[in-house]
Design a protein around this ligand. Structure first.
Ligand code: TLP
Length: 339
């Protein structure tokens, strides 16, 4: 199978399995797992934040941000197609007791002016704005990079109104590598950042949430409340550290593969690539009359190529570190034949 459903599907490398096997471990609820501590220190340093926390998933990291920054009855400002809004089972409402206030973005970027207009004034009728969420790269916008300049402008608005900014940076390293910038440049315009080790970076499990020492202290408590306090978690943190130290630069090749795939797909009669491919996500629409997304996905599957629907009329192809140039050429020839 050539699997383009997501970059979450990568399998741990030999080195990662060996790191898991050999990891020094302890009870992380007591803060005694040396491998987890090492990963958390490294992640905080890479992002330029005071501290960080290893969490089970991107969703858990984002929810911990909402729970720590906000109180029930508040409102979160976020982009209308944000993962937190569309794909996290309304967890912000279910757990943190907040409601979303969405803003239609441009390729995932919200207009800072609209963000400022959406911040609630003090009024007995209104919820308070508890936090502003950004997403970079933006998944539903096809892995679009939200520019540092846009983040800086939104952060200035947030600071003026004393409102925390959280970044859902599930694929922040993709944004940084593709724009030739350091992740710190993005992270400096946020109070907290969540990034996934188990997406583009290729680790089997886990995410990081980073922020101030005080924030992480409270976040640790929320993680425990959510049942996310793990014990000998070094087993999964060690491959995560390898991913962070060894796979960031490899994203450049991954993005190159994505461009090759996008180029090939756009030359197939009956398909249209509808996003500008900046990182590792390609959104494709069928232009052929009577062609259905489900039919094409089924036929591709029968020929060993998987891609995702993501609940829209687009087919999402995501490249990842396990996909080679040969896989891409092979997949293109199959799709060409069956369409
Ligand atoms: N995204 C997954 C699916 O949930 C759609 C994927 O395959 O892309 N933020 C962003 C921007 C994400 O894309 C995802 C996962 C998450 C958060 C949640 O991460 P996990 O799956 O680790 O909870």
């Amino acid at each position: 199978m050539i699997d383009f459903r997501s970059d979450t599907v990568t399998l741990p490398s030999e080195k990662m399995r060996k790191a898991a096997y050999e990891a020094e471990v302890g009870d992380d609820v007591y803060g005694e797992d040396p491998s987890v501590n090492k990963l958390e220190e490294k992640a905080a340093e890479v992002l330029g934040k005071e501290a960080s926390l290893f969490v089970t998933s991107g969703t858990q990291g984002n929810q911990i941000a909402a729970l720590t920054h906000c109180r029930p009855g508040q409102e979160i400002i976020l982009e209308a197609n944000a993962h937190i809004f569309l794909y996290e089972g309304a967890a912000i409402s279910a757990f943190a007791g907040v409601q979303p206030r969405t803003i239609e973005g441009n390729r995932g970027a919200m207009d800072p002016k609209l963000v400022e207009e959406s911040i609630r004034a003090e009024d007995v009728h209104f919820p308070e704005t508890g936090m502003i969420c950004l997403e970079n790269t933006h998944n539903k916008a096809g892995g679009a990079i939200v520019l540092v300049e846009n983040m800086r402008a939104i952060y200035a608005v947030a600071q003026k109104h004393n409102t925390p900014v959280h970044l859902d940076g599930a694929r922040l390293f993709n944004a940084a590598v593709a724009s030739g910038r350091d992740v710190k440049e993005f992270a400096q315009y946020t109070d907290t950042v969540q990034f996934c080790l188990s997406k583009g970076l290729g680790a089997p499990v886990g995410s990081i949430i980073a922020g101030s020492t005080d924030f992480i202290q409270q976040a640790r408590k929320w993680r425990k409340r959510l049942g996310g306090g793990l014990r000998q978690a070094g087993i999964i943190a060690a491959p995560g550290l390898l991913a962070l130290e060894g796979n960031v630069e490899r994203l450049e090749e991954d993005h190159f593969h994505a461009k090759q795939l996008a180029n090939g797909l756009s030359q197939i009669d009956g398909l249209e690539v509808v996003n500008q491919v900046e990182t590792n996500i390609i959104m494709v629409q069928i232009t052929k009359e009577n062609g259905s997304t489900e039919q094409l996905l089924d036929a591709m599957k029968q020929h060993g190529v998987l891609a995702g629907g993501m609940g829209s009329d687009c087919i999402r192809f995501v490249t990842n570190l396990d996909i080679s140039k040969v896989d891409i050429e092979h997949a293109l020839s199959i799709i060409q034949k069956i369409i």
